[in-house]
Design a protein around this ligand. Structure first.
Ligand code: HEC
Length: 199
């Protein structure tokens, strides 16, 4: 008799605990992040996912190139020139080449330049809506609808992020300092020889 009571009591307590836990988890999942929380999460993701490796110009330090935080995420600097290059170096099967900012890359796809992803309206992504930003990363298209994004932008990996994470990244990028910097257009493979012969 005592045993039956004990078992019944234990089952009842477990049910209450289970109910409470399910309820609590649901509440945590349902609560949308405030704008401030969204920006903080975006900052955490961007600053731990290497976006600045390509998108922020570098200064040389005794330990190698470090990010120039005054030009955070502003892309390949418009005023910089690429050094001369023997195109045999980048022939298929040879090297992919980059420069001192790690922001311009040469390979069989031509020359690609890391974009200005600060919220500057003219030269950055200031006019890009949240929806189009998500499309850019998910579908790998410039400004969400343009030409396919060139290497080495790792969009196929970032495309796996959740909607909430992409929204957080967008909210954070829109909150950073806009930097005016018009990144050059990419150079397609047939124009490479002409581009480097002018050097
Ligand atoms: C390995 C280098 C590299 C890394 C790392 C990288 N990017 Fe890029 N990104 C590029 C390059 C290069 C382009 C330009 C591609 C082109 O012109 O087609 C680009 C383009 C973009 C664009 C498109 C801009 C536009 O005008 O449509 C966005 C948005 C972007 N990157 C966001 C990010 C974010 C956010 C991260 C970090 C989570 C990141 N990138 C990490 C190299 C990189």
């Amino acid at each position: 008799m005592r045993n039956t009571f004990f078992i019944a009591f234990t089952i009842a307590m477990c049910s209450v605990l289970l109910f409470l836990q399910v309820n609590c988890t649901q509440q945590v999942e349902q609560k949308p992040l405030t704008q401030e929380e969204l920006i903080a999460r975006g900052s955490y993701i961007v600053n731990s996912s290497g976006c600045g490796d390509c998108h922020t110009p570098k200064i040389m330090s005794p330990n190698g190139p470090v990010e120039d935080t005054t030009r955070f995420l502003s892309g390949f600097p418009a005023e910089d020139k690429l050094p001369p290059l023997d195109l045999k170096t980048v022939a298929p099967g040879n090297w992919y080449v980059t420069e001192k900012n790690l922001a311009a890359w040469v390979g069989p796809w031509g020359i690609s330049y890391a974009s200005n992803i600060t919220p500057d309206n003219e030269t950055g992504i200031g006019t890009l809506s949240e929806e189009m930003f998500i499309k850019t990363i998910r579908e790998g298209k410039l400004m969400g609808v343009g030409r396919p994004l060139l290497p080495p932008m790792p969009w196929p990996m970032f495309a796996r992020k959740t909607d909430e994470d992409l929204k957080a990244i967008y909210a954070y990028l829109m909150s950073i300092k806009p930097v005016k910097n018009k990144v050059p257009d990419p150079v397609p493979p047939p124009k490479l020889a002409e581009y480097f012969s002018k050097k």
